[in-house]
Design a protein around this ligand. Structure first.
Ligand code: COM
Length: 504
């Protein structure tokens, strides 16, 4: 059969990577075709970034209402009938459809990128068949995404076991949920479900959020404890039990078998790249099922590229989109390379967010020796702070940080949940090496902070910027307070008093 048309590249999969790559390819003057079965934009607006943004806003609202209820002039609010399923339903009916239409309109109409709708069948590296039509491309770009990794344990297929993909499909509110896996997805989901009166327990085989700075981890896990979210680290899940549906999770901790009753299980132990469609092409596949690529997103097969999650970690939308952009440039004859340095990270932990870029304190100490911390608050937090009370001896906790909204509300009524900011500086060069925050809204700043880290931004340069007080981070004002020091020492009396939080 003669090909429909010939393209410079066929972008196999129209998720964040393929959609951005194809758009960039077209903007560079190329002739791209996207092959997509379901919708453009991939999982983002179905069950990931956009959905989680919405759902964590809903969870934040619930949590803030709970905290503020009956305090100051706020009315007493009855939250006994709130529903995570209702929140999911609204997104399903409005959000998913609105995003899908926007993506389609933007891609096809506004950007003029052609899409072949239907299940693509890769015949060879230059030919793809969709709905019986043949499309020919000089290059093939695989952007087929990833899927949740599922453990091979008894009961994994029981009704009531879900992953992040099923979250928007939630039709009934669980009472008790066990989350298997305490990485970024699991911890975020725990914080999102708990405000809806769902009893949440997280079971993590190793360490929760192992790559995050210890102060951020401590902040999150102490907060979880106060809210009744249970976390177990070093626990090995053996089986999911139930007759016809999930009833409990069985796990082993220090040689002891424990059983956690529940009516829902969320599995979040990691992601597996969807590399299978590319295997017949002869591309090299790595240990994690990822398509192996070079810095230019090229596979070992000439003319075949892989982008987004299909090419393995970091699993992050910015990386997916950038891989698409780099592949587009290389298809058009440039020699572009991915830059994985200073990629920020972010978790919704309603009502706050945790954001991070650069080195953790431990990594910075290993690399630079004695680093300077520009951090608030500092030291131990009050155990059980009462709303609207001042805590003598906890002066340092009172400094309002971290929020474009709610900063002071969270200090007064939020059980001292007014956040944490931490900048790490190499005192010799006066350059920042890492930024970390728990608060509300700091992710906007972190997009730009990651660039400042890359260009070697100093405390003195930061001190010259214009802050708009109060803001979601506080790095400008805090840095300005110490930038006058000839020999950079940071704040006086910063002696760490708090032990690491142990998740048990
Ligand atoms: C966002 C998906 S909903 S994409 O990255 O814009 O395609």
């Amino acid at each position: 059969m003669a090909p429909e048309k010939e393209y410079d590249a066929i972008w196999f999969g129209g998720g964040a990577a393929g959609r951005f790559g194809a758009a960039f390819h077209k903007a560079l003057g190329g002739k791209p075709l996207i092959v997509e079965e379901h919708h453009l934009g991939g999982e983002c607006h179905v069950c990931r970034c956009a959905f989680e943004n919405f759902f964590s806003d809903q969870a934040s609202m619930a949590e803030l209402m709970r905290l503020y209820s009956g305090k100051s002039w706020y009315p007493k609010i009855d939250l006994s009938h709130i529903s995570a399923a209702k929140a999911a339903e609204l997104y399903r009916e409005v959000g998913q459809r609105a995003f899908a239409d926007t993506m389609k309109h933007q891609t096809e109409k506004q950007l003029g990128v052609e899409v072949a709708w239907g299940k693509g069948n890769i015949i060879d590296k230059n030919i793809v068949e969709v709905n019986g039509k043949i499309y020919k491309g000089k290059n093939l770009v695989i952007g087929t995404g990833s899927r949740p990794t599922m453990p091979n344990i008894l009961g994994i297929n029981l009704p009531g076991v879900m992953t992040y993909i099923d979250h928007p499909e939630m039709r009934k509110d669980p009472k008790k949920m066990v989350i298997i896996g305490g990485g970024k997805i699991g911890i975020g989901k725990a914080a999102m479900f708990a405000p809806f009166n769902i009893e949440v327990t997280v079971l993590e085989k190793y360490t929760c959020l192992p790559k995050w700075d210890r102060d951020i981890r401590n902040f999150i896990f102490r907060d979880f404890k106060r809210r009744g979210i249970k976390i177990y680290e070093g626990i090995d899940v053996k089986e999911i039990k139930g007759k016809g549906k999930v009833e409990s999770v069985v796990a082993e901790l220090d040689g002891e078998i424990m059983e956690f009753p529940c009516d829902a299980v969320m599995v979040s132990i990691g992601l597996t790249p969807n590399s299978e469609p590319a295997i017949p092409l002869g591309v090299k596949i790595g240990k994690g099922n990822e398509i192996i690529i070079d810095e230019g997103c090229r596979t070992n097969v000439p003319g075949v590229y892989a982008i987004g999650d299909a090419a393995g970690p970091p699993y992050f939308m910015a990386i997916a989109r950038k891989r698409g952009m780099i592949a587009a440039k290389n298809i058009m004859g440039e020699d572009a390379k991915m830059d994985y340095s200073f990629v920020p990270d972010h978790i919704y932990i309603p009502p706050l967010e945790a954001t991070s870029v650069g080195l953790t304190e431990a990594e910075a100490r290993e690399k630079y020796g004695d680093v300077v911390l520009i951090q608030v608050p500092w030291g131990p937090k009050p155990e059980d702070p009462k709303p609207e009370e001042y805590y003598p001896g906890f002066e340092n906790q009172g400094l309002p940080v971290c929020g474009r909204m709610h900063t002071l509300n969270l200090l007064f009524y939020g059980q001292n949940r007014n956040g944490l900011v931490k900048a790490i500086v190499d005192p010799k060069s006066r350059k920042y090496v890492g930024f970390h925050s728990v608060g509300d809204g700091a992710k906007t700043a972190f997009q730009y902070l990651s660039y400042l880290l890359k260009i070697g931004w100093t405390v003195d340069q930061m001190a010259n910027l214009h802050e708009i007080f109060l803001n979601a981070e506080h790095f400008i004002q805090l840095s300005r307070l110490v930038a006058g020091q000839k020999e950079l020492k940071g704040f006086a009396a910063q002696v760490y008093l708090e032990e690491d939080y142990i998740c048990r």
